[in-house]
Design a protein. Structure first.
Length: 544
């Protein structure tokens, strides 16, 4: 029986992940509803680290300015053990990366994303909880509770569960969520410290026993506001609740037990690298940490993203950012399927691309939480790029096309690097590639050659081979040349040579940039129509 769908996609959960999914769907013209069990945004800092890769994604959405006005930089971390500084980590990235590391309280991230989504016509439906759902060949029927005595049945084409560690969607799908819990309990507090530590630096101070195990810990992350930090530390015995029984996931803020400012001050007095008097505590809580990941990121027309799919220690601020990238990866694919431009089989690539990323993040954060980030086996440059989530790639995924050009150049599946120094005859200032891509929602074809006549020559050959179907891909094309173009030819000039240095073209080369900012294909420019139509055709047939 055919059903009328009341919305294309129902998003459950209005945290950063659910709002990111809604933002990416709405800006592609897909109708969606966002339901949230909580009546109001929680006033807790919670996830505070914003990775450079997330800022790039927000730039593509046209959202980054609002974030830059609200966030503070994260410049590094001071690591102290038993009263001595053992390491000072500088959060440094190569100069071509457009954004550094930042900190922003989660309630601010949610506010900014919620306002963006509202501007696209979707308001969060608060106090509305998903009770249950069933799916069939045509769509999903979800039952929502809107408070005492109120419930509603919603018919949608797809359901996305961004409803956290205790996800109703994950349980409804019957997904396995294997892993373990850390025995320790932690306190979390949002406070002002009057110490004279360098601006933008976090602190990790610990006390270790003779056998090397840690028995006392303090982690401080700077927040917007003079001297304000989010501090986390082990819970003193008086506040500990002990292990939680049953099958419930022990992860996140615990209800009932609220630390006092004196509890936080006592830990700072024991461990902080400089004496500090704490004041103006906005909130405090006790929390537990587990590490788990689902056995698959979806089934049929229902998917999970963010904490509903993977939970792990907050080390290195990886969780929320990984969840935001889950949402972006899924949303552009859902949009193509909803609009009939790709076959539903494309959606299987979500699990294939994102679950290996989730597994790597869970493993790495557990390792860093137990051994310390300073003991990571990677060299510091690689470690920083990985923490910044700039090395996330899908070379082995089902959508990766054949590599072309130097093996160490950006290849299909990798992040498409940003680069500076693009000039145009009209603008009197240089542009970044991100400036050129901002606001675009589809795939982008970037054509590169040393001179514009090289491109014209290839275009002449291409025109004779082009079919109407291949021309209908709705691609946005950007042309970059190494030298000044003749007057009247539309191209960006790689004035600083940075595009050529970062993309390593060998002769005239084409690059297809995916909607999520990863490279979809790389090919000789003379084979553009074949490569592009081959790639776009692959999106509409079952994944390999």
């Amino acid at each position: 029986m055919a059903h009328d769908h009341t919305t294309d996609v129902l998003v459950v959960g209005a945290g950063p992940v659910g709002l990111s999914a809604a933002a990416e769907l709405r800006r592609r013209g897909v109708s969606c509803r966002v339901v949230e069990r909580l009546a109001a945004r929680l006033p807790y800092a919670k996830a505070v680290g914003i990775q450079p890769r997330t800022l790039e994604i927000w730039d593509r959405m046209g959202l980054v300015r609002t974030v830059l006005e609200a966030a503070v930089p994260m410049r590094g971390q001071l690591i102290h053990v038993n009263g001595s500084e053992v390491a000072r980590i500088e959060l440094a990235l190569p100069p071509e990366v457009p954004y550094g590391f930042a900190a922003l309280p989660q309630y601010e991230t949610e506010r900014i994303l919620e306002e963006y989504v509202a501007g696209l016509g979707t308001r969060v439906e608060r106090g509305t909880e998903l009770v249950s759902f069933t799916q069939d060949a045509d769509g999903v029927t979800a039952r929502l509770s809107t408070g005492p005595g109120g419930d509603e049945e919603v018919r949608c084409r797809f359901l996305v569960g961004c409803d956290g560690a205790h996800s109703t969607v994950r349980k409804g799908l019957g997904l396995a969520f294997e892993g373990g819990a850390f025995a320790e309990e932690y306190m979390l507090a949002d406070v002002v410290a009057d110490w004279d530590l360098p601006y933008g630096y976090g602190v990790r101070a610990s006390h270790t026993r003779d056998d090397g195990s840690t028995d006392d810990l303090l982690v401080c992350i700077p927040l917007p506001g003079t001297g304000r930090y989010r501090m986390s530390m082990l819970v003193p015995p008086g506040l500990a609740a002990g292990a939680t029984g049953g099958s419930e996931v022990a992860h996140g803020l615990e209800g009932g037990r609220v630390p006092e400012l004196a509890d936080i001050q006592a830990v700072v007095d024991r461990l902080a690298p400089r004496p500090a008097s704490l004041s103006r505590m906005r909130w405090a809580s006790v929390f537990r940490i587990s590490h788990r990941i689902v056995d698959r990121y979806g089934a049929g027309r229902v998917f999970v993203a963010g904490d509903a799919a993977h939970i792990h220690p907050p080390t290195g601020a990886q969780g929320m950012n990984t969840g935001i990238q889950d949402a972006c990866n899924l949303a552009w694919k859902l949009a193509l399927v909803v609009r009939g431009e790709a076959a539903p089989a494309l959606l299987t690539s979500y699990d294939a691309e994102r679950r290996p990323v989730g597994e790597e993040v869970v493993g790495r954060t557990v390792r860093h939480a137990t051994k310390g980030i300073e003991n990571d086996a990677d060299d510091m440059k690689t470690l920083m790029l990985r923490e910044a989530q700039l090395l996330v790639g899908y070379r082995n995924g089902p959508l990766a096309t054949a590599p072309y050009g130097p093996a160490d150049a950006p290849q299909p599946g990798d992040r498409a690097p940003d680069c500076a120094g693009l000039s145009t005859p009209v603008a009197t200032y240089p542009l970044r590639l991100l400036d050129v891509l901002r606001g675009l929602t589809g795939h982008v074809l970037v054509r590169y050659a040393r001179t514009y006549s090289d491109i014209e020559e290839i275009e002449g050959i291409e025109e004779t081979e082009k079919t109407e179907e291949e021309d209908a891909g709705g691609l946005h094309t950007v042309t970059v040349v190494g030298r000044d173009s003749p007057p009247g030819t539309p191209a960006y000039r790689d004035a600083g040579g940075e595009f050529a240095r970062l993309y390593r073209p060998e002769g005239p080369t084409g690059f297809l940039v995916r909607p999520d900012g990863q490279l979809g294909a790389r090919f000789p420019l003379s084979g553009t129509s074949k490569a592009v139509s081959g790639y776009l055709t692959a999106l509409s047939v079952p994944a390999r």
